[in-house]
Design a protein around this ligand. Structure first.
Ligand code: NQM
Length: 352
C-alpha cells in the first residue's frame, strides 16, 4: 500500500511478502522505489518520490513481542545513492502503520477508537497509536489538520513511550547538555531521533529563511555538514557521512505565536516541515536547563505540556510529560497528533 503518514509518504509492505534474506530484501525495496537504476535521483522507474520525505518504506508484521501488537521497521531509501538506511526511525511513516495494520487485518478494529501498540524495530521502543474506527472500520476523513499536509483528516494520536536514547543509548549522547563544535554551541540530543540543535544566528543565518534559500546555500550546507560529522562522532555514531542521522535543526525565536522557530535538515536537505521524532527531540532540548534552546521558551511550557515548534510550512505541537526535578527533567511520554491516508493498494513489479 502507498500511504501518506503525517507529512511523509511511503510504501508499506507486509514483512511476510518480502524475501527473508536481508540482502535480497534490500534489493527488492530499492528496485520497488527506484526501479532498474537504484541510483537514479529522479526515481523515475519506481514508486519513490525523488525526495527524502517520499522515498520511505515501512515493513510491517505481527509483533514478535508480548508488549506490542505490530512490529514496524522504517527503511529510508537514500535518494540518488542506491542504498537504504535503517538507523533512523520515522514518526511520520509510523502514523500510517496503524491504518495499514487495520487494512491488512493484522489488528482487529474496536467500535469507535482502536489503540495499536507498535514496536519500532529501528530503536526497540514502543509507541501507542490511537485511531478513529467508527463501526469498527478505519476512517481517514476528519477535521484534524497538520501543517505540511493540505486539507483535514481523521486524527491519529501517537504516544511515544520512553524514547530517550533510542539510537544513541542516552538522551544526551555526548554526556553534556552543551558542546562546542567549530566554536559553535550545540546541544546533541536523542529523544527518539538524534538531533544536533544549534542556534541559527551562530551559523550566520536567521533561521527564518525559506527552504529553497537554505537548500541553495552551498557554503552554509558545507559548514552544517562539518558540524554534523563531528557531532555524529561525539554522539557515538561513528562516521556518519553515509548515515542520515544525526539530523541538524536550526532554532530561532518564534515569529508566529509558537514556542520556537525551526529549520531542520534531514540531513542534507531542508525539511519543508519537521520530522515527528525530530520535533520531540528539539522540544525536549527546549525544556533542558543549560541547552542552546533553553531561553527560547521564555518560561512558557518549561514544565512540559504542549510545545509548539514553528517550521517552514506551519507548526508542529508536541505534548511532553516531564518527570523528575525541574533542574533535571526527564521526558516520560511524548504525544504528537498526526493524520494518514491510504492512497493505493496493489502489486509492485520488480525488474528482473
Ligand atoms: O523525525 C524526516 C519526516 C522525517 C522523519 C526526517 C520523522 C521523525 O518528516 O520522526 O518523521 O527526519 O528524515 O518524515
Amino acid at each position: 500500500m502507498q500511504i501518506r503518514g503525517g507529512s511523509s509518504k511511503g510504501v508499506y509492505f507486509h514483512r511476510g511478502d518480502l524475501p527473508q534474506d536481508m540482502g535480497l530484501r534490500e534489493q527488492v525495496l530499492l528496485a520497488a522505489m527506484a526501479g532498474v537504476d537504484a541510483r537514479d535521483p529522479r526515481q523515475i522507474d519506481g514508486l519513490g518520490g525523488a525526495h527524502p520525505l517520499t522515498s520511505k518504506v515501512a515493513v510491517v508484521g505481527p509483533s514478535l513481542r508480548d508488549d506490542a501488537d505490530i512490529d514496524y521497521l522504517f527503511v529510508q531509501v537514500v535518494v540518488g545513492e542506491g542504498r537504504v538506511d535503517i538507523t533512523p526511525n520515522c514518526g511520520n511513516i509510523l502514523a500510517g502503520v496503524g491504518p495499514y495494520a487495520l487494512e491488512r487485518g493484522l489488528v482487529a478494529a474496536a467500535d469507535t477508537e482502536t489503540l495499536v501498540r507498535v514496536h519500532m524495530e529501528n530503536t526497540g521502543k514502543l509507541c501507542e497509536l490511537t485511531m478513529q474506527t467508527p463501526q469498527g472500520r478505519v476512517t481517514y476523513a476528519g477535521d484534524a489538520r497538520i501543517d505540511g499536509v493540505p486539507g483535514t483528516a481523521a486524527p491519529i494520536i501517537c504516544n511515544f513511550l520512553d524514547v530517550a536514547g533510542s539510537v544513541c543509548g542516552a538522551l544526551l549522547p555526548t554526556g553534556n547538555v552543551l558542546d562546542t563544535i567549530d566554536s559553535i554551541a550545540v546541544t546533541c540530543i536523542d529523544n527518539g531521533m538524534p538531533v544536533v540543535v544549534v542556534r541559527a544566528e551562530s551559523l550566520g543565518v536567521t533561521g527564518y529563511e525559506t527552504v529553497e534559500t537554505l537548500n541553495g546555500d552551498d557554503p552554509f550546507k558545507q559548514r552544517l555538514e562539518s558540524l554534523r560529522l563531528q557531532a555524529g562522532a561525539m554522539m557515538g555514531l561513528g562516521d556518519v557521512s553515509r548515515q542520515v542521522i544525526p539530523k541538524v535543526t536550526l532554532i530561532a525565536a518564534p515569529q508566529c505565536g509558537g514556542d520556537v522557530c525551526t529549520r531542520s535538515f534531514i540531513p542534507h536537505v531542508c525539511h519543508s516541515a519537521i520530522g515527528v521524532l525530530g520535533a520531540v527531540s528539539v522540544g525536549t532540548a527546549c525544556v533542558l536547563p543549560g541547552s542552546v534552546a533553553q531561553d527560547m521558551l521564555q518560561n512558557r511550557a518549561r514544565n512540559g505540556g504542549r510545545l509548539s515548534l514553528e517550521h517552514p510550512s506551519g507548526e508542529c505541537s508536541v505534548e511532553l510529560t516531564l518527570d523528575g526535578p525541574p533542574d533535571a527533567p526527564q521526558v516520560g511520554k511524548a504525544g504528537v497528533l498526526r493524520t494518514a491516508r491510504l492512497i493505493s493498494r496493489g502489486e509492485v513489479f520488480i525488474p528482473e
